[in-house]
Write a protein that binds this ligand. Sequence first.
Ligand code: MF3
Ligand code: CO
Ligand code: CO
Length: 292
Amino acid sequence: MGRSRPPVRPGRISPMRGTPATVVPPEYVDNAGRATGAPWDRDDPPVKDAETVERMRVAGRIAALARDEVGRHVVPGVTTDELDRIGHEFLLDHGAFPSTLGYKGFPKSLCSSVNEVVCHGIPDDVALVEGDVVKIDVTAYVDGVHGDTCGTFFAGEPAEDVKLLSERTHEAMMRGIRAARPGRPVSVIGRVIEAYAKRFDYGVIRDFTGHGVGYSFHTKPTIWPYDEPRGTTLIQAGMTFTVEPMLTLGGFAWEMWDDGWTVVTRDKSWVAQWEHTLHITEDGAEILTLAG
Ligand code: MF3
Ligand code: CO
Ligand code: CO
């Protein structure tokens, strides 16, 4: 059983990878990932014009291709640092800057969250072993906009309950996406995610949410993954935001490692996550982070 594995431990983090001057970074960092002093995020208009959405289609597709390219390299024996190198180089080869590199000081080009790590795992020199689950969260910045996506991948053959957790987390995300229609409050998304997760008695992480995305990495509106009464903002055509549920085989309580980033479940139950960036149309959500 996957869950009988010893807890995940922090490893060594390699030096920050730089980027060539030809790839334009977001305003908050320079090409070395050093903070410029510009705000991490701004209060962007939630509704984007057609030209911005077109640029987000490009960023979203590159992020999706990077997610899947990294996912293909998830095997027993690979380190998450090696997965980071693959994602980093893939993004640069496609003219995109890895949005996480230097964001609020995050040192790497993607988040790799293993087993009981909920999110924001830092790639390091610890190798994956047979049956591990790893969430690969990649964000691409290109032509002034971000595309943000996450997938759940397995090293070798996962335990049946872990495989089902990932499939059902994906289904929960898709149900949330299908509920995202103009005129409805954003809380409908979390309502359907939570209702589906509860059928299987999964924990629903509450404190890490979907978010508006576009010129800024994280902006309005907040997309709670559960039925949150504050989620009264009405969904409008032209909005761009993420849906990114994190479901667990246990509870939703979490704690943070001393690195200030790595979030783990308190009960050490394993976690799956999927994330897409969406563009809302009159007919429903267009998914911008599909690879195909
Ligand atoms: N990509 C994550 C999200 O879905 C955010 C990562 S921020 C980092 O919102 F600083 F941890 F990289
Ligand atoms: Co996100
Ligand atoms: Co993400």
